[in-house]
Design a protein around this ligand. Structure first.
Ligand code: ZN
Length: 379
């Protein structure tokens, strides 16, 4: 039964990416709400899944269309309005407090931090991706012998005005790795092999576990000095992930080491490991978590997933994120589905007399902004 609980507070979107400024045709639009590298099979579309329903149902009215209009009509209207107007409409209707933007993924095809702040008319801060900086240093032509320090210097420089770091260790070598700091000699040997294998290809994709571990520990040290969090990708995402080995409970050695350094670890996405993430928030002082991106993909079922994240996890540790990339629709839906899901869960708690309205309002304040503001050094 709905209650008087208001969930309209501005949200800090603590993990998101830039949106595309391009005019997107039907194929290009669909590609940006798919996690696959390949298009939908012939005869089918990406609209034939929960997220497709949500775009047609909730985003169409924002473009002056009837709810649940045909997919082709939606994309035509989007093109007629133009990407800049569409992005402004959705980003400004999210009710955001501020945005924390990961700039390490396909940054040349999406708006940069300043342009996002302008489009959203809200403050935006940068999160620097550790592995992208390592790849940038490798590409620069530095010698393997100089790599360990050159990387540390570059990471500190890139993060000078950032509010946190991010690692995609889960993508590159899963969590089932040795999580200790590698010896300097081992890093140089691994860098040498990496550079030799990449020479002439123009591609320096980092997947060597020794270098990735070096990145984690150099990044951890920087987080300790700067007193900002390390975001850790968990679970659901691109196809280059071995899902079974990306359960965050495999990563407890590194999490425990960062706990000693008082470095907050923010576990991103987490699906289908939202229960594991919630448990980690209970047992480790430094663990925070969200259920970003999956709320969009699960749309009509998103409140159930948020409910699982709230089963026993600390609501002093839960954060909001859309994990939107490319489409401003994903920002809008992320905020809408999060608010709907949270209200549904808390209305139930209220109806079953587990909390007072004041308790529920405090929980909303914590997850909307206060938890993020406690750990990210935003001005
Ligand atoms: Zn992301």
């Amino acid at each position: 039964m709905p209650t008087d609980l208001s969930i309209d507070l501005p949200l800090i979107d603590h993990h998101c990416h830039g949106v595309s400024p391009a005019e997107l045709d039907f194929a290009a639009f669909q590609a940006l709400f798919s996690e696959s590298y390949r298009p939908a099979p012939p005869g089918t579309t990406e609209f034939q899944k929960p997220l497709g329903l949500a775009i047609r149902r909730f985003c169409a009215p924002m473009l002056d269309l009837e709810p649940s209009c045909p997919a082709e009509t939606y994309v035509e209207r989007r093109l007629a309005l133009g990407a800049a107007e569409v992005n402004r409409r959705f980003l400004r209707a999210c009710g955001l407090d501020s945005l924390l933007i990961d700039t390490g993924h396909r940054s040349s095809s999406i708006l940069a931090v300043d342009a996002m702040a302008e489009a959203a008319a809200r403050p935006a801060h940068e999160i620097v991706r550790i592995e992208s900086v390592a790849e940038e240093v490798a590409k620069s032509g530095v010698s393997a012998a100089a790599f360990p320090e050159a990387f540390a210097d570059r990471l500190a420089e890139r993060a000078a005005s950032a509010v946190g770091l991010k690692t995609i260790v889960a993508y590159r070598c899963t969590f089932k790795i040795d999580q200790t700091a590698p010896a300097r000699d081992a890093v140089v040997t691994a860098a040498d092999a990496w550079f030799k294998a990449s020479q002439g290809t123009g591609k320096y994709r980092l997947s060597d576990p020794t270098i990735v571990r070096h990145g984690l520990w150099v990044g951890g040290e920087l987080c300790r000095q700067r007193k900002f969090p390390m975001q850790v990708h968990v679970g659901f995402g691109d196809p280059d992930v071995y899902m079974h080995a990306c359960d965050p409970s495999h990563f407890t050695d590194f999490i425990a080491a960062m706990e000693k350094w008082e470095v907050p670890i923010t576990l991103l996405h987490n699906y289908p490991f939202q229960r594991e993430a919630a448990w980690l928030s209970e047992v480790f002082q430094n663990v925070y978590y969200d259920v970003g991106v999956i709320l969009n993909y699960a749309a009509p079922m998103s409140a159930d997933i948020l409910g699982e994240a709230l089963e026993m996890g600390k609501f002093s540790k839960l954060l909001y994120s859309s994990d939107a990339f490319g489409l401003s629709e994903l920002y809008y839906l992320g905020a809408l589905l999060f608010r709907r899901g949270l209200k549904k869960c808390l209305d139930r708690w209220l109806a079953e007399d587990f909390c007072s309205l004041a308790d529920a309002e405090e929980l909303v304040r914590l997850v909307a902004t206060e938890n993020a503001r406690r750990i990210y050094p935003m001005q």
